[in-house]
Write a protein that binds this ligand. Structure first.
Ligand code: SAH
Ligand code: F3S
Length: 479
């Protein structure tokens, strides 16, 4: 449902008990907020701490160590984390005086020692590139000190850390391929909290993917703030590529090549990726998606605004016309491709005409779904420092609602296109509403619900005929 995508600050699940580390005695409660990258980072953290004697638990009260992986993308996301910290504090006071509390991720990086000053019960602050230091930091904390490491790195990709899969359905998993972002969109805090862009060794990506396949996983999502900007030339920052040796440059692996390597390595596994920044998405990638059946026909392509004035103010490196050209190329090269978006309403200086440009671009593309936000000024960003947040909140909200309403209409238009068709669905688990029904997605990433027949199980690919739909869900039957 389109409107659900507005609320992004929600918690993305709770940790389940880690299997297979029976000898571990200490208990880690870890929660993640924000993007998929944070979910995967928490899995990396759980893996690092498993080697230090911590098993994950879903009971806050019994935890020796509570970690929250935080998001700074909008003010509301940060407020949500502050409330969670208060909750941990109450539990600590009333039920578990020895509990240690730490923050990870983007808020840790943004606030640094200020976080320790502001939240008195905090013991630990760790930025996204410093998780390898957790064993030392946790030792300090257990010795009664406060500990902090918010150093950003030029190389860190955690390539050799094998994530402990948390909240896993055993079917889908995330595999991080790049970290950081060099784009400097003026509204965005990510380049400051996650540092400069660097890519992960393709061999370690293939190895992790094969391990997942051998453990029964059927779908992976290759993750990066900017997945299409992936470039491996032996390690190091993307911006230093020009300085690399001729051989390193000539043998470099770009995103299209990586996608192909993964598709070939696991030919039966579904492969997804996110996020695609329009200016980094190359035609070669579209041809690779079209060529391999196991690469899903779905692209998440944020555009933020349909107005050239706004795109310029946002420092997005593309124009409306270039974006439309990319959409046309997608439609030509991958005719059955689903496309989703991110949109920001009410950025600095946005006029009614700019807003109409956003609506008209939506009308042109008719996105399958999208993630829609009112602009939230972030301290430290260029917009935060130099631009006036001059669109009144009421106007931002009204424009956002118009965007959400239009998206719902388009989502329904897209789901209706599936009615009457038969498609391959990967079963992910029981439907939320009934355990007599399965839920699973098609290659376009649209959710389908259908009755169980008794002959199939989670992780199976089944052929489903779609009979009905809502704006977000397909209803069908196995044939
Ligand atoms: N790397 C992605 C975006 C990551 S942030 C890209 O290529 O676009 C996810 C989304 O949050 C962004 O696409 C944007 O729509 C939204 N966002 C980022 N900063 C924001 C802010 N200050 N206010 C409101 N929404 C914001
Ligand atoms: Fe943010 Fe723009 Fe990078 S939205 S994550 S700075 S591509």
């Amino acid at each position: 449902m389109a409107s659900e995508h507005v609320i992004e600050e929600k918690k993305q699940g709770q940790a389940l008990v880690t299997k297979g580390k029976q000898q571990n005695t200490k208990k880690l409660f870890i929660e993640s907020y924000g993007c998929q990258m944070n979910m995967n980072d928490s899995e990396i953290v759980a893996s690092i701490l498993a080697n230090e004697g911590y098993n994950t638990t879903n009971l806050l009260e019994e935890a020796d160590l509570v970690l929250v992986n935080t998001c700074s993308i909008r003010e509301k996301a940060e407020q949500t984390i502050r409330k969670r910290l208060q909750k941990y504090n109450r539990v600590k006071k009333k039920q578990n005086k020895n509990m240690k509390i730490g923050v990870l991720g983007c808020m840790a990086e943004r606030l640094k020692t200020k976080f320790l000053d502001e939240e008195k019960m905090l013991d630990l602050v760790v930025g996204p590139d410093a998780y390898r230091d957790l064993p030392n930091l946790v030792k300090e904390v257990n010795a009664g000190k406060e500990a902090i490491n918010v150093l950003l790195s030029k190389e860190e990709t955690y390539a050799d850390v094998s994530p402990v899969r948390l909240n896993s359905n055993g079917v889908s998993a995330f595999v991080t391929i790049t970290r950081g972002c060099d784009n400097m969109c003026t509204f965005c805090v990510v380049p400051f909290t996650r540092g400069r862009e660097r890519s992960r060794d393709p061999q370690s990506i293939i190895k992790e993917t094969l391990d997942l396949w051998n453990n029964g996983y059927k779908e992976i999502t290759l993750l990066g703030q900017n997945a299409d900007s992936y470039l491996w030339y032996g390690g190091g920052l993307k911006k230093d590529f020009e300085k690399a040796s001729e051989i390193a440059q000539a043998t470099a692996v770009n995103f299209a090549k990586l996608l192909e390597m993964v598709a070939i390595a696991v030919p039966k596994m579904r492969i997804r990726f996110a996020t695609s920044n329009p200016h980094d998405m190359e035609i070669e990638v579209l041809h690779t998606i079209a060529k391999y059946d196991n690469i899903c026909k779905y692209i998440h392509l944020p555009f933020q605004s349909g107005s050239d004035n706004m795109l310029k103010a946002m420092n997005r490196q593309h124009t409306r016309a270039e974006y439309i050209e990319l959409i046309d190329n997608i439609r030509n090269i991958i005719p059955d491709c689903a496309i989703s978006h991110d949109i920001i309403s009410g950025f600095c200086g946005e006029t009614e005409a700019d807003h109409k440009d956003t609506l008209s671009l939506m009308e042109y593309v008719k996105y399958d779904y999208g993630f829609m936000f009112a602009y939230s000024e972030r301290p430290g960003t260029l917009a935060g420092k130099k631009m006036e947040d001059d669109v009144p909140l009421e106007t931002k909200k009204r424009r956002l609602q118009e965007i959400v309403d239009l998206q719902r209409k388009h989502s329904h238009f897209r789901t209706k296109e599936f009615v009457g068709k038969t498609m391959e669905i990967l079963i992910e688990g029981n439907s939320k509403k009934s355990d007599k029904h399965w839920k699973g997605r098609n290659t376009q990433n649209t959710m389908a619900i259908f009755a169980k027949t008794g002959n199939e199980k989670v992780g199976d690919f089944v052929q489903v005929k779609i009979n009905e739909c809502t704006s977000a869900t397909l209803l069908g039957e196995i044939i």
